[in-house]
Structures are given as structure tokens and as C-alpha cells.
Design a binder for this molecule. Structure first.
Ligand SMILES: Nc1ncnc2c1ncn2[C@@H]1O[C@H](COP(=O)(O)OP(=O)(O)OP(=O)(O)O)[C@@H](O)[C@H]1O
Ligand SMILES: [Mg+2]
Length: 261
């Protein structure tokens, strides 16, 4: 069965896009058939994967637009192969118009699920990068997912932000949009492990949400290499294959595959 993992957190700049592309690359490296979906109008994932959001067409926007206008669409036309071997379903800035239009759409929480119906079986893992909000696009991503990864920036008080996304996950389960949605784990990002802060935050998260919520053992350390790889349009695995960042995301990918057993 295909695993669909949504990377979501309403706070901006916590490492959602970075996590999505690097897990896509790491999972591809370990032999998985991977599709990465850019569900953010900012189109950072599209750019990071080496495409120009202002030039690329069609994108996921066209799929949503067709569904909302009452047409059937073939999302396969909007899937591109990246240099690193995984597939990309890109975004474009106009996707921001979709969020408003969705409000008046029938089964507005399930449009993405409908779009993905015919392509899901072609992949082992689908990763979805979300915009920093708890709006309808994110709800669509939570509704179609089998699991969620929540990146949290490893800094003082950052852990509190996870409460809101956890509530949204609970709502999606309770309203029967996706009763089986599981939390793959909280991923601590941008850590400066020379401080004791990381340990404090781990303890805070554990006491606040500890019951049953998995926190990935691997912590993503702060490194300027990540921003550099984004500019280069490459994953950290391609840009700095022997660095600690690449090793960390490989390790997280390994843990994700193990959780499947
Ligand atoms: N571990 C890290 N160390 C240092 N910089 C990082 C790290 N991870 C990501 N970054 C950089 O931090 C910035 C924000 O990361 P990213 O775009 O992944 O966050 P995001 O959660 O997707 O943001 P948004 O909410 O705007 O979509 C980027 O410039 C990225 O290159
Ligand atoms: Mg992003």
C-alpha cells in the first residue's frame, strides 16, 4: 500500500520544504518510488527541485481548478521527473486563489484525494509539502494522508506551536475525514546542539504531548548547507552527499521505512 505522508506545521520557516525534498531524495536513494507534491502557493519545493514555478505548466493548480469547475482532470500530465529520480507534482503562485474557491466546492476537503486517486498506486511513498497555515489546502493534505510529519524548530517556546496542528489532526480524525490518520512523528529541525536547549525542548514536548506521539530520535542540526542546496536547486543529498545534513535525513528516511514494518 502507498504511504502518503503530509509535512505540516502552521508556523512558517520551520523546515517543511527542506524536510520534504530531502526525504524524497533519501527515500529514492533507498529504492522507493517517490512522488513529492508541492501544495504551497509559495512554490518553494518546486524551486528547490530545480523548476521555475513561473514557467512550469501544467501544475497542481490546473488539477484543482478543473475539479472546482466541475471537469475531470488527468493529474499525470502535471508530474515531472527530477534529476534526482523522484517525481514532482509542482505548484505555481496562482494556487493561492484555490484556497478561497474551495470554500464553495462540493467535498472541499477531498479534492486532493480525488486528484490523486489514479496515480497513487504508481508510488511507494508520496510526500506532501504544505503552506504555513491550517487552511483548506492543509486540510486536503491531512485528509488524503496516511501519516503526518510535524517539523518543529528547536528553539525556546517553539514546541507550543505544535498544539494547533495537533488539534487540526484531531479534528480531521473526529469529523471522519480521515479517522486512521497517524502521526509519523515530530521532527526537530535547525537545532544547535551545543546548547542544552534541545534537551529542554525535548522534555517539554514529551511532557506536553508525550503520550504516544513519536519524536524522531534524529535531530536535524542547523547548517548553512541547507540554504545553499535550496539555491542550487538540489537536495542536500546531491549537494553535500557526505555532510551531516544528508546523513541526518537518510537516518530519518530509514526510521520512516522501519515504522512501516
Ligand atoms: N537544518 C537547517 N539549518 C539551517 N537552515 C535550514 C535548515 N532547514 C532549513 N533551513 C533553511 O531555513 C529556511 C526555511 O526552511 P524551509 O523553507 O524548509 O521552511 P518551511 O517550513 O517550508 O517554510 P514555509 O513555512 O515558508 O513554507 C530555508 O532558507 C532553508 O534553506
Ligand atoms: Mg515551505
Amino acid at each position: 500500500m502507498t504511504r502518503i505522508i503530509t509535512v505540516a506545521m502552521q508556523k512558517g520557516g520551520v523546515g517543511k520544504t527542506t524536510t520534504t525534498i530531502n526525504l524524497a531524495a533519501a527515500l529514492t536513494e533507498s529504492g522507493q518510488r517517490v512522488l513529492a507534491i508541492d501544495l504551497d502557493p509559495q512554490s518553494n519545493l518546486t524551486q528547490h527541485a530545480g523548476f521555475d514555478p513561473d514557467q512550469i505548466s501544467p501544475t497542481i493548480y490546473d488539477g484543482f481548478k478543473a475539479e472546482m469547475d466541475g471537469f475531470e482532470s488527468d493529474i499525470r500530465q502535471a508530474i515531472y521527473e527530477t534529476d534526482e529520480g523522484f517525481h514532482l507534482l509542482p505548484s505555481q503562485p496562482e494556487l493561492s486563489l484555490i484556497e478561497l474557491g474551495l470554500i464553495n466546492t462540493l467535498s472541499r476537503e477531498r479534492v486532493l484525494a480525488t486528484l490523486l486517486e489514479n496515480i497513487t498506486a504508481a508510488y511507494d511513498i508520496i510526500l506532501i509539502d504544505c503552506n504555513p497555515s491550517l487552511g483548506l489546502l492543509v486540510i486536503n493534505a491531512l485528509t488524503v494522508a496516511t501519516g503526518v510529519i510535524i517539523p518543529i524548530q528547536t528553539e525556546y517556546l517553539a514546541a507550543r506551536g505544535a498544539l494547533m496542528i495537533l488539534k487540526s489532526i484531531e479534528t480531521v480524525r473526529r469529523k471522519k475525514l480521515n479517522p486512521g490518520l497517524r502521526i509519523e512523528g515530530i521532527l526537530l529541525t535547525m537545532a544547535d546542539t551545543r546548547t542544552t536547549l534541545t534537551r529542554d525542548i525535548l522534555a517539554a514536548i514529551d511532557s506536553q504531548y508525550g503520550d504516544g506521539i513519536h519524536i524522531f530520535e534524529t535531530i536535524i542540526k542547523r547548517s548553512v548547507r541547507f540554504a545553499e542546496s535550496a539555491v542550487a536547486g538540489q537536495s542536500i543529498l546531491a549537494y553535500d552527499p557526505n555532510g551531516v545534513g544528508a546523513a541526518a535525513y537518510r537516518e530519518v528516511a530509514r526510521q520512516i521505512l522501519q515504522q512501516n514494518l
